[in-house]
Design a protein around this ligand. Structure first.
Ligand SMILES: Cc1cc2nc3c(=O)[nH]c(=O)nc-3n(C[C@H](O)[C@H](O)[C@H](O)COP(=O)(O)O)c2cc1C
Length: 427
């Protein structure tokens, strides 16, 4: 785009209330792919990092040594061989404790001029959608989070769930939308709650994770949706920062949005291969090695949203028994989940062994095992952001290197990392 190539991201700043940030937001990546370490790096460098509250009990167990998952499994041992999961529930006190401790642990390690937000998904139904959402948001506020990014849903009642919290007016609140229509619906509910969002993330069809589009996702264009959102906010005289997300791969991609009215960009895929990201080394190497043909938008998620992932994801075609007793994060109020149905409908072979379940995946189990290689569309360009080592593997990058590359690069150039003499073990 003419006139923007002489600028870099660092020429811009994101203003949220009285605070100013480097306009780079690292998006929430569940389950613990956007780790506390990654969010803390973004914050130290003056930008915004996200925790994700997907499966926070499990993440607390992994990172803080708690035993919430074991306790829940024992409580629900009776249903483990049964496909009726209507009695599998979370205890609000445990959920609150896990979430608060995760947030507190991160906030107490915070340095720098940036901020740490948490990504809170409405679609994480957990057998009791309204109650668990209220508990998760309240506990994040209690833990001292700087901001809450509402995602994966319209969130028409979410603000009212925390309106009595003492931090309701001082915490930064934002929403992820993929259309002007979704934003209009949210703004109506925000006006009712007397609390407009502090920022709006507009996520386009090339993003990672679940998509806010149908099977026709390829017909949409991020720049067009951002322009429509800016126009709507302008027409309504609402001065709310707009943050595009999805497929912003270089600093210059970001500048193109910043030069046309965006306040910051939200990025994720480039950070999946950072040392700080929570994927294991085997997965990071698959992300680097991916080719365009290996990336597809699937319908395997029981949430009902399309999910972009790599064809090499170990979760595909698995026949694991539904893991609702330890997890159960995708259950609705009646204890239903698309994987339970798909599992029930899948026949067994002559030896009685369940055949591969092809329609859906056990989201909780496979996310917990890091078997679901969800990624943004441009994952196949990651190999161009690093060095290939003598053994054929790719060198991991520091989050700082990637962040600064977005911040200072020109002309779509991507800086390679300094050469390493020792191969990084990663996670
Ligand atoms: C591995 C991965 C996991 C993600 N998980 C979530 C999530 O749990 N919740 C969410 O709202 N967005 C999630 N996203 C979307 C990102 O937060 C972000 O908005 C988007 O991927 C940005 O596009 P990019 O990856 O092309 O930079 C995820 C993205 C990736 C790559």
């Amino acid at each position: 785009m003419a006139g923007t190539l002489d600028k870099v991201v660092d020429d811009y700043r994101l203003r949220l209330g009285a605070s100013e940030y480097v306009p780079i937001v690292i998006g929430g990546m569940g389950v613990d792919i956007s780790t506390a370490d990654l969010a803390l790096q973004a914050c130290r460098l003056g930008g915004i990092g996200h925790l994700s509250d997907a499966m926070s009990l499990f993440v607390a167990d992994q990172t803080l040594g708690s035993r919430f998952t074991k306790a829940k499994t024992s409580r629900h041992a009776a249903t483990k061989d049964d496909l009726d999961k209507s009695t599998v529930k979370f205890l609000s006190e445990e959920l609150a404790e896990a979430q608060r401790r995760l947030v507190e642990a991160t906030m107490s390690a915070k340095h720098g001029d940036g901020a740490i937000f948490i990504n809170v998904m409405e679609k994480l139904t957990m057998g009791a959608p309204t109650e668990t959402l209220r508990v998760r948001m309240t506990a994040a506020l209690d833990g001292g989070i700087d901001g809450i990014t509402l995602s994966a849903g319209l969130h028409t009642h979410s603000l009212s769930l925390i309106e009595d919290h003492p931090r309701f007016r001082d915490v930064k609140l934002g929403i992820i939308v993929s259309s002007v229509r979704a934003l209009k619906i949210f703004l109506r509910s925000a006006k009712r709650a007397g609390r407009l969002p502090d920022y709006v993330v507009v996520e386009g069809p090339l993003a990672g994770g679940h998509l806010g589009f149908g099977d026709d996702w390829a017909e949409y264009d991020l720049a067009e949706i951002v322009a429509e959102v800016l126009q709507l906010l302008g027409n309504e005289s609402l001065d709310i920062p707009v943050i595009p997300a999805g497929g912003i791969f270089t600093g210059t991609d970001a500048v193109e949005f910043l030069a046309t009215g965006a306040a910051a960009v939200q990025v994720a895929t480039r950070f999946t291969v950072s040392e700080e990201a929570g994927l294991p080394m085997r997965a990071k190497q698959q992300y680097f090695a991916a080719n365009e043909a290996d990336v597809y938008v699937s319908n395997v998620s029981p949430t009902g949203y399309p999910l972009r992932l790599l064809t090499t994801s170990p979760c595909l075609g698995s026949n694991v028994k539904p893991q609702c007793e330890p997890f159960g994060y995708a259950l609705n109020t009646k204890g239903e989940c698309g994987y339970l149905d798909a599992y029930a409908a899948t026949p067994v072979d002559e030896s009685g062994k369940k055949l591969p379940v092809t329609d859906k995946i056990c989201l909780c189990y496979h996310f917990s095992k890091k078997n679901c290689y969800t990624c943004g569309h441009y994952v196949y360009r990651l190999k161009d952001t690093t060095r290939q080592l003598a053994d054929g593997s790719y060198q991991l990058l520091s989050a700082e290197h990637i962040f600064r590359d977005y911040q200072f690069s020109r002309d779509h150039e991507i800086a390679l990392p300094p050469e390493r003499l020792v191969v990084s073990k990663g996670r």
